[in-house]
Write a protein that binds this ligand. Structure first.
Ligand code: ADP
Length: 482
């Protein structure tokens, strides 16, 4: 089975969030299960620079305003197709916006181009490598199923995965001719969404199958509360929508071999985590305190993540003798607020504003608990890394967080099954109760060790979910053959 992944990010080449981790880690697992997967990515400078040798496999005279070349390359276990189109992707700054966080004005062209090339490859444009399935990820590739549907029956079948329904890629209708789509596509049944062209909606109406990244989120997005206006569209396609849980790359995220940890450890060597804890305390300027319960956050600072309510309960952590570290960046007002809180609690609260992959590993390997108070969370990867590293996750009961963490209630403790703590609703009060509960559980070393060990033994890898994707691909290929 040949699968083309089309996405705007892929770890380790280019990453702003969980999407990159998924696109970088699922294909090798699908590969090990017999699929031939290639990942189509934009040729950002970081991608072209990291690859070194690439092989041009198809030249395109003009792609929305300039020439382009599709290049193939290998990167570790990944087979890549890179869309080298300098007029669209060769620029300094971020993936989606400039250094001042202003969206690139031509984002509609950049990601229409990526989608267009996915459709070219998906309809046999590379000659010898013709995919059975084009698997698109998030709004940046939402137009691919639309372009493919214009190419007739011989084109590949399509799967569209929603990693976050809040990001929709909506643009004014005047772009339609520029992205080479006819006015007939600008209707409520197709791409029109409250007067704008929605790339996300394009994927939802035009793909053969839709998935999202956890079973709970698959239900939640069909409600007005979580659907961000697209619940109606998703209800109309409920029979084609499935929730498949994300997994993690267990070769990168392994506490027994992780080179970014100060001390490596297994579930039987949890006291070795103390060395990581000390390194973490030192790098965040915290007091070296062996007994303090150390809470952590690794996150984008965005409204979704609920980190404003966490600010309200930090005094509770400090008041009970705990410590807190945050590694994150994003919303400038949250960055300021966390910096100010750290200044108010020297030695107890440490904040690192920025994106730092190695430091994130040390946080997972050294903190006692990770706090994830998201208002909504499609899957969430940070709680999965935490589970793997013996850091107890304290999570809002929403989306994939609720699907992956077993709450330490009395029945679960008696059954020896819990892996973390859940709370609801997402309020400072409910989070405060969860933190109080964490202090109580931590005071009983046997219970806390059980939480850590249960978490570490949980299967958070890809194998089961990869099998579900393969079954989905297979069902499409068989339907096509009928
Ligand atoms: P989202 O995709 O919404 O940002 P996820 O939990 O799915 O949330 O994935 C977040 C990913 O980004 C994880 O791999 C996490 O470790 C990483 N991450 C987030 N913020 C930072 C940061 N400041 N430094 C390093 N890694 C980060």
């Amino acid at each position: 089975m040949r699968i083309l992944f089309a996405a705007s990010e892929c770890f380790p080449l280019i990453k702003t969030g969980g999407l990159a981790d998924v696109v970088g880690s699922l294909p090798p697992v699908l590969g090990a299960q017999g699929c031939d997967v290639r990942v189509l990515l934009p040729g950002y400078p970081a991608v072209i620079g990291a690859l070194g040798k690439t092989e041009p496999v198809r030249a395109i005279k003009t792609l929305f305003g300039g020439p382009a070349v599709i290049r193939s390359a290998e990167a570790g276990a990944l087979s890549l197709l890179v869309l080298d189109a300098p007029h669209l992707f060769d620029r300094p700054g971020g993936l989606y916006s400039d250094d001042d966080a202003v969206d690139w004005p031509d984002n509609y062209l950049r990601f229409a181009a990526l989608s267009r090339i996915a459709a070219v490859v998906g309809s046999g444009g590379l000659g010898d490598w013709r995919p059975d399935i084009v698997h698109c990820h998030d709004w940046q590739t939402g137009l691919a199923p639309v372009y493919l549907s214009q190419r007739g029956r011989s084109a590949a079948a399509t799967v569209f995965t929603i990693h976050n329904i809040a990001y929709q890629g909506a643009f004014p209708p005047a772009i339609m001719p520029e992205i080479d789509l006819p006015p007939t596509e600008f209707t409520p049944a197709r791409l029109e969404f409250y007067g704008l062209v929605s790339f996300l909606k394009a994927g939802l109406v035009a793909a053969d199958k839709i998935t999202t990244v956890s079973p709970s989120y698959a239900r939640e997005i069909r409600t007005a509360e979580f659907g961000h206006g697209l619940d109606g569209v998703l209800n109309a396609r409920a029979g084609d929508l499935a929730g498949i849980l994300n997994g993690i790359d267990e070769t990168v995220w392994d506490p027994q071999s992780d080179p970014m940890l100060t001390a490596r450890f297994s579930a039987q060597q949890l006291s070795r985590r103390n060395t990581n804890r000390e390194a973490l305390q030192e790098s965040f300027g915290l007091k070296r305190d062996r007994d303090a319960l150390l809470f952590a956050v690794v996150s984008r600072l965005a409204d979704q993540k609920g980190l404003d309510i966490l600010l309200d309960v930090l005094p509770l952590i400090v008041g009970r003798g705990g410590q807190f570290v945050l590694l994150g960046s994003g919303d400038p007002s949250l960055e300021r607020a966390y910096r100010a809180t750290a200044a108010r609690h020297p030695g107890r609260v440490g904040v690192h504003i920025g994106y730092d992959e190695p430091l994130s590993h040390l946080v997972y390997g050294g903190a006692d608990a990770i706090v994830i108070p998201s208002r909504f969370e499609p899957c969430g990867l940070t709680q999965l890394y935490a589970l793997r590293y013996g850091t107890v996750p304290i999570v809002a009961r929403t989306g994939g967080l609720g699907d992956t963490v077993i709450d330490a209630n009395a029945a679960a403790i008696q059954a020896r099954t819990p892996t973390g703590l859940q709370f609801a609703p997402v309020t400072a009060e409910a989070l405060g109760f969860a933190l109080e509960r964490a202090f109580e559980l931590h005071a009983d070393k046997t219970v806390w060790r059980m939480l850590q060990r249960r978490g570490m033994s949980q299967d958070v890898g890809w194998s089961r979910s990869a099998e579900r994707y393969i079954n989905l691909y297979r069902s499409l290929i068989e339907a096509d053959a009928d």
